[in-house]
Write a protein that binds this ligand. Structure first.
Ligand SMILES: [Zn+2]
Length: 79
């Protein structure tokens, strides 16, 4: 089974690029973890906090896939 051994050795050799891809996927998920879906205006929104000041602003994402996003009323609909 030298072919299989060679395959496994080659696979292990490529372990680093695969783990880099996984990290990119994780970062992409982390980036939109604050995005919620408002059931009142039917839009996805994200509250962005700036480190330099305490002001918060809400970004709205039109036509953003709401699948799996937590349902949370946006600040505009709450006020
Ligand atoms: Zn809303």
């Amino acid at each position: 089974m030298s072919v299989l051994k060679e395959y496994l050795r080659t696979s292990n050799h490529h372990a680093i690029p695969i783990s880099n891809d996984q990290r990119r996927t994780y970062d992409a998920r982390k980036a939109d973890k604050n995005i919620c879906f408002c059931l009142k205006c039917m839009r996805c929104h994200e509250t962005i906090k700036k480190k330099s000041n305490t002001l918060e602003r809400t970004e709205y994402y039109l036509n953003f896939p709401s699948l799996g996003k937590p349902r949370k009323t946006c600040p505009r609909c709450r006020s």
